[in-house]
Ligand binder design. Structure first.
Ligand SMILES: NC(=O)c1ccc[n+]([C@@H]2O[C@H](COP(=O)([O-])OP(=O)(O)OC[C@H]3O[C@@H](n4cnc5c(N)ncnc54)[C@H](O)[C@@H]3O)[C@@H](O)[C@H]2O)c1
Length: 425
């Protein structure tokens, strides 16, 4: 298939880099978002999310005339849906964004078009939710128009490179739909393009993130065991990983973000009778902030009135994404236990967490602290000079939950270092 004009619905962390990359490769792209602030920002050449290199690529795409933005889909050769798929209250998938995005395509869907769902979705979403909505147009999927599911597997912080280099999975509702998807993404994808059916590709994406969640859960459980048995989990993992068939991941304060902490629930919701391991892995990772709290309480006793400086609130290093972040859970638990919490998140200094004082500098965060807690391994935190830290705070107690600091250097600067998963002092 030949694509001259595509319409991308949802201009967030996934949709915007995808839109600007297609535009960079000479395709006319209409980027659609139902958030007027996003559209206004983009119209003025401003990018509302942080991703390295994205501002430049978006700016160039708009400048070239290849990328324009709109509040609703327009006629095009292909449509890509990249809207959120969060969960609500009871860890149930919220597919309202996918539904409304598909509905918005119906009036402009034409014979010969391709529609691709990219949003991470529970099994059968393409077949049982998106297909019937699109077929309200009177056109039949696989016959009059092509329909495929293609999950996004990029790593935030590396999105622009990984979009092009990663292997891409495309699952069609029939073979010709998968092949149309290959023609579309083949415009810029240099990695392998793997064709399958729509439901398999939905499962592939969920399996990838569930696999990582379960593996992080076992690392987190190891950190608790190491704490109990007086072992340094980081040393134990390093040694275990010398086994040729073992690759244990890193423990930490929990698992967050829009993907790994969410997607396994889609399996649990779809088949609760088949997913006890996945369910319990989620429980372990969701309760890791409480383990961090136990470590803090062991160090400080009752927390009422204690000043605690929290370094980092993002769900992982060097990103501005705070969705489902376990660091925020730790900050909230500290507040609940009566601590006076100052948090410094350099990628989103004005974020609001009830009861937490958000500050704009490291100095402000640590000046009054009884304890400094490293919750996110942002590069600027990992490279902190402990000697400098000793001049801006009077506390000599730090907790490192991500193995970001070199114990010896911090001890030499006069600090007592507590490390998550290091039962051996
Ligand atoms: N962020 C990641 O790193 C990542 C990685 C892989 C997969 N995913 C998946 O990709 C999907 C998109 O995630 P994201 O991080 O880009 O989300 P996001 O929240 O950053 O962006 C989604 C955008 O869609 C817009 N939107 C919502 N409903 C709409 C509608 N009906 N019409 C038009 N616009 C609409 C929102 O205003 C928002 O700007 C999700 O399913 C997510 O799980 C995300």
């Amino acid at each position: 298939m030949n694509f001259k004009h595509i319409c991308i619905i949802g201009l967030g962390y996934i949709g915007l880099p995808t839109a600007s990359t297609f535009a960079k490769y000479g395709i006319r792209v209409t980027g659609v978002d139902n958030n007027s602030e996003v559209l206004e920002a983009l119209k003025h050449g401003k990018v509302h999310i942080y991703e390295p290199g994205l501002s430049e690529v978006v700016g160039a795409a708009i400048e070239s005339g290849n990328l324009c933005v709109a509040a609703a889909p327009v006629e095009a050769d292909a449509f890509i849906i990249a809207v959120p798929t969060p969960f609500y209250g009871e860890k149930k998938a919220d597919l309202s964004f996918v539904r409304s995005a598909a509905e918005s395509i119906v009036p402009v869907l034409r014979e010969g078009n391709l529609v691709v769902l990219e949003s991470t979705s529970p099994p059968l979403t393409t077949e049982e939710i998106v297909r019937p909505i699109l077929e309200k147009s009177g056109l039949k999927a696989g016959i009059d128009f092509k329909l495929a599911y293609s999950p996004e597997r990029v790593l935030p912080g590396q999105i622009l490179r990984e979009l092009i280099e990663n292997a891409r999975v495309i699952g069609g509702v029939d073979r010709s739909s998968a092949e149309a998807g290959r023609d579309l993404y083949g415009i810029f994808v240099k990695g392998d393009i793997l064709l399958t059916d729509a439901t398999t590709s939905e499962m592939v994406k969920l399996m990838e993130n569930t696999y990582r969640d379960v593996n992080i859960a076992i690392a987190n459980e190891f950190s608790r065991l190491a704490d109990r048995f007086g072992v340094d989990v980081w040393e134990a993992i390093r040694i275990a990983n010398r086994h040729p068939r073992v690759k244990i991941l890193n423990p930490g304060p929990g698992v967050g973000g829009h993907c790994i902490s969410v997607d396994p629930w889609f399996f649990v919701e779809a088949a609760p009778d088949l997913t006890p391991l996945i369910f319990n892995a989620r429980k372990v990772n969701d309760s890791q902030p409480e383990f961090v709290m136990k470590i803090i309480e062991r160090a400080l006793g009752a927390l009422t009135g204690k000043h605690i400086a929290v370094l980092g609130l993002a769900y992982k290093p060097d990103v501005d994404d705070l969705r489902e972040s376990p660091a925020i859970d730790v900050a909230k638990l500290l507040v609940k236990d009566g601590a006076v919490v100052s948090a410094y998140e350099p990628f989103k200094p004005d974020f609001i967490v009830a009861g937490v004082k958000m500050v704009h500098s490291l100095e402000e965060a640590v000046s009054q602290a009884d304890l400094v807690v490293l919750l996110v391994g942002h590069s600027q935190f990992k490279s902190l000079d402990p000697k400098r830290m000793a001049t801006i705070t009077s506390t000599r107690l730090v907790l490192d939950t991500v193995n970001g600091w070199d114990n010896q250097a911090w001890q030499e600067a006069g600090f007592k270092v507590i490390k998550l998963g290091k039962g051996k002092m």
